[in-house]
Unconditional design. Structure first.
Length: 336
């Protein structure tokens, strides 16, 4: 019998009700809901959940027994779930209970339909690039972790900016003072990197992103580099300003002056289940409520002019305009 891991912040009323509805529908469909012990306790404290049979993760079932994880919440809950199942192959399907929810596949209003999709296996699993993060101090590695969205190096003290060197593939790019640097994946391009002024990168693009935060420099632009590149940030030791590393806003490490943070593509992606084949451009417009008034769209094939029309098609003549310094000089008069 299939086991479905249900992850939710059950300390919140809306998430508790969504988890209760999900577990009831999974049970009615013949599937076994699995939750963490703390979340099961909150579920059983609800009037409608006292008699609900839910298995406990780590006691009744392990991650190896899980077929799929349903994550009820915002992007932060999805990131927490990705951390929990990192060492397994469990795919995650997000149901958005937050605001933007770029990592979620459906909304709270579609919860019943989403459970039906899970029951009938009407989903595909998509692999999202993650990053590998190493922190060095001198010749000693002091930390090794990962991130789905980004690794952010920030100043530790509000009143003092940090001085950094940004590096790609072992070569320095620029040195400047700033509030921080974000090194992100395409999935994270709509998160912290976006807030810092970085580009929106389609999830299907294989690339890595570097975005300065409030840099004091003439050249401090976002960079998009190859997925095989190594990005690095060094905290200069000529000042005593300290930094802090944040990975997905969940895992943190203090960075003394002289620290070096190296980011590469992780060999292990994060598996996200998708039930909607909505193009990313449409999701982008909907999530950010972007204006599209006046859009006409491409001309359909049935309305396009073809080359086999009765009258010959005469294209407007094209003019080639050369820059002035390329224009031929007038011939000079020859004097006898």
């Amino acid at each position: 019998m299939r086991r479905i891991l249900v992850l939710a912040h059950t300390g919140r009323e809306d998430a508790l009700r969504a988890a209760l509805d999900t577990c009831l529908r999974l049970r009615d469909s013949g599937l076994i809901p699995v939750m963490r012990r703390d979340e099961v306790r909150n579920l059983h404290n609800a009037p409608d959940g006292r008699s609900l049979e839910v298995q406990i993760l780590g006691e009744d079932a392990s991650l190896g027994d899980i077929d799929l994880g349903m994550v009820l919440g915002g992007d932060g809950t999805v990131l927490r779930a990705a951390e929990m199942v990192r060492e397994s192959a469990v795919p995650l399907l997000g149901v958005n209970l937050g605001h933007v929810g770029f990592l979620a596949e459906s909304e709270r209003a579609d919860l019943r339909q989403t459970v039906d999709w899970v029951v009938n296996r009407h989903y595909v699993v998509e692999e999202r690039m993650a990053i590998d993060v190493q922190v060095w101090l001198g010749n000693r590695r002091i930390a090794h972790t990962w991130a789905l969205n980004e690794a952010a190096v920030e100043k530790a003290n509000r009143e003092r900016m940090i001085e950094v060197v940004m590096e790609v593939d072992g070569r320095p790019i620029s040195t400047f003072g700033c509030d921080g640097m974000v090194m992100a994946t395409p999935t994270g391009s709509t998160a912290y990197a976006f807030s810092a002024g970085g580009p929106v990168v389609w999830p299907g693009v294989e690339a890595l992103i570097m975005v300065p935060i409030s840099a004091h420099a003439l050249f401090a632009k976002p960079l998009v580099v190859a997925p095989t590149s190594t990005m690095a940030i060094e905290l200069l030791s000529r000042t005593d300003a300290e930094g802090v590393l944040w990975c997905d806003g969940r895992r943190t490490l203090d960075l003394p002056p002289g620290s070096r943070v190296e980011v590469t593509r992780s060999p292990k992606p994060v598996r996200l289940a998708r039930v909607n084949r909505t193009p990313f451009s449409e999701r982008l417009v909907r999530k950010f409520e972007l204006p599209t008034t006046g859009w006409r769209g491409p001309v359909s094939d049935s309305h396009r002019d073809t080359a086999t029309s009765a009258l010959p098609i005469i294209d407007p003549p094209l003019q080639v305009v050369e820059p002035r310094h390329y224009q031929p000089r007038p011939e000079t008069e020859q004097h006898p």
